[in-house]
Design a binder for this molecule. Structure first.
Ligand code: MN
Length: 415
């Protein structure tokens, strides 16, 4: 019995079914998809600060942005390319000659070239036939390869595209030398089980050597789907710090990494103790506050208040914590409040070497609970009002927009 583990690890029971590759390359999208989150904007200097922190934490590849978007975006990509980061710097663009040109001129040695694959995108967004998409893809990859770039070929909305077309498209770009194939669950419709089927079908038809997934969180499944992809042998998961990104965001870097490290015992090459600092840096620069209950990096993820829980934690942290907070650069917090019990109180009093009688302790606990129940909500209400004003509809307000229109002397009619 002495050697028996304190907790059962059922991930061992499924170890044979997982095919996580040995050398993963974490592909960060914070500076591209993360920045496409409504209301978020990074200056080139801010991108550099985040890129340095990402690289320092061990991220292998980072998407710096889409150079053709603007002069500033091109400057940002150049700034990151010239910074001599340990991480490889990638720039993205459509299957359009001008976009690929802009990538080449940015100096980035890694390109992600993307085109939509589903019929709804082809018919209504691109207004292109499948043959035209195929042709544009082949030409774009050829152009990028001729310039000596490492090319990742991305299809948007792969998980809602006809498989026969997906297969033809990837076969064609592989023929042109595309180095990495990216599957995007652009609107987050996959579930782990269906995605497993999809990835196996993809592997059977396309035989990718180096492949990546880009999962969105519309149904809260981005991290679960990304872990499924890793189980299927995908070599490079795309992630964003704090799960930033369009709509409900992307798979979060910290959750994917810690899922692999702690649950599966896989080394990701990430210095996990830097994750909390990275998360706070991105929170501050992006201006998108994290919910307190965000996994791993939210304020509450290593906090305990309830009496039963704090009592357990004080005896052995494994009772109510699946990992040590220090692993992600954090500290455990004991919160005093309505749910506090005696054990936590005794522990707290030790800070000042106080050791009151049982009776005094009981009185103190009753007063503490009363104080917590009367704790004013006014400050919280004021904060929430402000939060809603800013985040319910970020970006340029209607008032600001119509002022821009008026300033240009554009004639409008008020309805
Ligand atoms: Mn995306």
């Amino acid at each position: 019995m002495a050697d028996a583990p304190l907790v059962e690890d059922y991930h061992r029971a499924t170890a044979q079914e997982r095919h996580v590759v040995e050398h993963l390359e974490i592909w960060d999208e914070t500076l591209r998809d993360g920045e496409q989150m409504p209301g978020v904007h990074f200056s080139p200097e801010e991108k550099l600060r985040i890129a340095e922190a990402l690289s320092d934490a061990g991220v292998g590849l980072l998407n710096a942005g889409i150079p053709v978007v603007s002069e500033e975006e091109t400057r940002a990509v150049k700034l990151l390319v010239d910074a001599g980061l340990r991480a490889k710097v990638l720039a993205a663009g459509r299957t359009v000659p001008g976009d690929v040109d802009a990538i080449i001129r940015s100096g980035a040695k890694h390109a992600a070239i993307f085109v939509a694959a589903s019929d709804v995108h082809l018919r209504y967004k691109l207004k292109m036939t499948r043959e035209a998409v195929l042709d544009a893809s082949v030409r774009a990859v050829r152009q990028a390869k001729a310039a000596g770039l490492h090319v990742a070929f991305v299809t948007e909305d792969t998980t809602r595209a006809p498989f026969d077309f997906v297969e033809r498209l990837y076969a064609a770009v592989v023929e042109e030398g595309a180095d990495r194939l990216v599957i995007a669950d652009t609107v987050g419709v996959m579930t782990p089980l269906t995605f497993r089927w999809f990835l196996r079908e993809f592997a059977r038809r396309v035989h990718p050597r180096d492949w990546s997934v880009h999962c969105h969180n519309d149904f809260g499944l981005a991290v679960a789907n990304t872990l499924t992809a890793l189980e299927e042998g995908v070599t490079s998961p795309q992630v964003c710090v704090n799960g930033l990104g369009e709509r409900a965001g992307n798979a979060s870097l910290e959750e994917v990494v810690m899922g692999l490290e702690v649950l599966y015992g896989v080394r990701t090459g990430i210095a996990t103790e830097k994750l909390y600092g990275l998360s706070r840096l991105v929170e501050e620069i992006a201006g998108v506050p994290l919910p307190p209950n965000k996994a791993l990096v939210g304020y509450n993820s290593f906090s305990h208040e309830a009496g039963i829980h704090t009592h357990g934690i004080l005896q052995h942290t494994l009772t109510y914590e699946p990992l040590q907070p220090g692993m992600v650069g954090r500290e455990r917090q004991m919160i005093l409040g309505k749910h506090t019990g005696k054990a936590a109180l005794v522990e707290k009093l030790k800070e000042r070497k106080a050791n009151p009688s049982d009776e005094l302790l009981g009185q103190l606990l009753r007063r503490l609970k009363r104080a917590s129940e009367n704790h004013g909500k006014e400050e919280l209400q004021r904060f929430l009002e402000q939060y809603r004003r800013i985040y319910a509809r970020p970006g340029i307000s209607d008032e600001e927009f119509w002022r821009l229109v008026d300033d240009l002397g554009i004639r409008t009619e008020r309805s």
